[in-house]
Design a protein around this ligand. Structure first.
Ligand code: F0G
Length: 482
């Protein structure tokens, strides 16, 4: 894809695949969209997918599968124990990642559950470049603490730094000194980072962090759910790796760690999860708990059909032309919005395009959830469903005060190989209109607020009649257009 030059136009992402199965979409009317968002309590998690035109909520479990993945599903060997499907799966994982032990899990957070149960004790800490919601919850349930030690550049929303997911080695040394090495449960690298805009880590940084862990005898765990995008970025942004194959880069990254785990809803474009380990004693501890929480060791709670799809999906991840569509479409969308002066996280990362709500609607205080309000407004004017990744996704303190997020993002995920470029153009156009009419967007307040992971099921209402006024302006500008 990247090696193709055009004759009389600027470069443009070009898919190295064709679409052979399609799903019809529905774009509800403006009036229906207003009613839907209100019924969903202004929480995009609570919208029905039939009411959504472009579902940019997540890239999890919704990536397009290949013909080979579909074909492999038909060859699944369905047996409780010793399935041939798992034999193939285990062999492929060992070949790609180069670690001697492989465990199946039903999805990514199940790996986090056992990691926390086995490695975290009350009073210990897990230093990490940045947290993911479920990771944090599992560590806290076990009485552990988190230290986020991302480089300062990671939280700068606009930047030209190619690796904003890097961990700060000096901060890591400081955490180890402050807590004492015995109280560090493990060190966690997320490759790439989810909540700060899909920003990747560099091999140089991973090497340095791995060196510190080895020196101190600490276990280095890498969350590789978003590895496909990160591999693309190392190959295209880190000079020393431009001539290395994706396969070589993968091996080198994994070899720097003790444990890697992933959500196969992202990595491998299917549905499931897995973990690879270096050390046999640690493997035995995990192995014991798999039948208790997941299922027998040769399926781990996954359907054998999905395991077949993951095996092929992981092999296809080693092919640059199968993984670069996502990051290249995201880069296109980010650059087009940026050109129009619309605040987005730069440089483009993996997973999706991230809009900086703090600047987009800078008149909405963080206590009125600017990113949540923007998600609601975008659905009303376009039928596009994004995800709030800001203060709404945080948890209140015990005394009821809000934990204000470091950054307020509206995440527009681009599930891999799912959307066409004209659908991305539609999204850009509607976001552009919303930006020009941003003063019409107002805040939200909770009407139902769950205590844990409130962003999943919480309901909110607008603080004024701003949604009706926004819809009226849309009608004025677009007439009877959907
Ligand atoms: N780690 C990372 C980096 C993730 O992005 C996710 C999921 C998980 C772990 C948990 O994996 O969903 O299979 O249990 N991210 C999804 C998202 C939910 O929408 O970003 P899971």
């Amino acid at each position: 894809m990247s090696s193709i030059r055009y004759y009389k136009r600027d470069s443009l992402p070009l898919e190295m695949h064709k679409v052979r199965i399609v799903q019809k979409l529905n774009l509800p009317t403006l009036e229906e969209r207003l009613a839907n968002v209100s019924e969903a309590g202004n929480n995009t998690f609570l919208l029905n997918n039939r009411d959504v035109f472009l579902d940019m909520l997540t890239d999890s479990g919704v990536n397009a599968m290949s013909d080979r993945q579909e074909a492999a599903m038909c060859t699944a060997d369905d047996s409780y124990a010793g399935s041939e499907t798992f034999v193939r799966h285990e062999k492929k994982l060992k070949e790609i990642f180069g670690m001697p032990y492989v465990l199946p899990f039903h999805q990514g957070r199940a790996c986090e559950n056992l990691l926390a149960q086995i490695l975290v004790r009350p009073g210990t800490v897990v230093p990490m470049n940045y947290h993911f919601t479920t990771t944090k919850a599992h560590i806290m349930v076990q009485g552990g603490a988190l230290e986020e030690i991302i480089m300062d550049k990671g939280l700068e929303v606009t930047s030209s730094d190619p690796f904003k997911g890097d961990m700060d080695p000096d901060k890591l040394k400081d955490v180890i000194k402050r807590w004492g090495v015995d109280n560090v449960a493990f060190v966690r690298m997320e490759a790439g980072t989810n909540l700060i805009g899909g920003q990747p880590i560099s091999m140089a940084n991973l090497k340095e962090i791995s060196g510190i862990c080895k020196d101190k005898g600490l276990t280095l765990v890498m969350d590789i759910s978003l590895l496909a995008d990160n591999l693309h970025f190392i190959k295209t942004r880190e000079d020393a790796y431009k001539d290395k194959s994706i396969r070589e880069i993968t091996k080198e990254m994994v070899n720097l760690c003790d444990i890697v785990y992933y959500s196969a809803r992202k990595l491998g474009c299917a549905r499931g999860g897995g973990m690879c380990l270096k050390d046999s004693a640690t493997y035995e501890k995990f192995k014991e708990l798999i039948p208790l929480y997941e299922g027998f060791l040769t399926y781990g709670g996954m359907s054998v059909r999905e395991i077949e799809a993951i095996t092929v999906g992981l092999e296809e991840t080693m092919d640059e032309n199968m993984i670069n569509q996502g990051p290249q479409f995201i880069e296109y969308m980010v650059n087009e919005l940026d050109k129009r002066g619309i605040p987005v996280v730069t440089p483009a990362g993996g997973l999706g395009c991230h809009i900086d709500a703090m600047r987009f609607v800078d008149h909405i205080p963080q206590t009125e959830y600017p990113a949540g309000a923007l998600a609601s407004a975008l659905y009303i004017i376009s039928g596009i469903r994004g995800m709030e990744r800001g203060t709404m996704s945080e948890q209140r303190e015990e005394d009821g005060t809000e934990t204000l997020a470091n950054i307020e993002l509206l995440r527009l995920a681009l599930p891999r190989r799912v959307f066409t470029l004209s659908q991305i153009e539609y999204a850009i156009d509607r976001i552009n209109w919303l930006y020009d009419n941003r003063h019409l967007v107002g805040g939200l307040k909770f009407t139902e607020e769950p205590r844990i992971l409130r962003f999943f099921f919480g309901k909110l209402k607008p603080v004024s009649d701003w949604q009706e006024r926004l819809a009226a302006k849309f009608k004025e500008d677009f007439g009877d257009s959907l």
